[in-house]
Design a binder for this molecule. Structure first.
Ligand SMILES: [Fe+2]
Ligand SMILES: [Fe+2]
Length: 131
């Protein structure tokens, strides 16, 4: 089962950003599938490392776009990005600590981590751009 189904609401209306949103969801879904396999902790850690790198680059892109557009909630959005980077570090630490990965918990954690930002901060940026 796919963890996060792609939805058009995940688009903010800037091709580069939307493309990355799609890629990130793909990576998150793949890491969840990996987590369901036996003894996959090292592979999952690799995925998380990759997600961390890509998400950092993605946030940098969004922040650049927001600056260019003179986005009114730039600071607030950027703070949320920083919080998300911290929490993915926490997810990585947690994975290293537990003797066996609880893949459902792991999946839920990732899903919430990602969707919450999407449906609040990125969605607001979408409205700002289109109204
Ligand atoms: Fe985003
Ligand atoms: Fe964002």
């Amino acid at each position: 089962m796919t963890l996060i189904e792609w939805q058009d609401e995940f688009k903010i209306g800037i091709d580069e950003v939307d493309f990355e949103h799609q890629e990130l969801i793909g990576l998150i879904n793949d890491s969840y599938l990996e987590a369901k396999k036996e003894d996959s902790i090292m592979a999952v850690m690799d995925f998380l490392g990759e997600i961390f790198e890509r998400i950092s680059a993605h946030f940098a892109l969004e922040e650049k776009v927001m600056k260019e557009l003179d986005y009114d909630q730039f600071e607030d959005h950027k703070e949320d990005h920083e919080r998300l980077l911290d929490s993915i570090r926490d997810i990585m630490d947690e994975c290293m600590d537990v003797p066996a990965l609880d893949e459902e918990k792991f999946g839920q954690h990732l899903k919430e981590w990602f969707s919450r930002h999407f449906s609040t901060k990125d969605a607001r940026m979408h409205h700002f751009l289109h109204h």
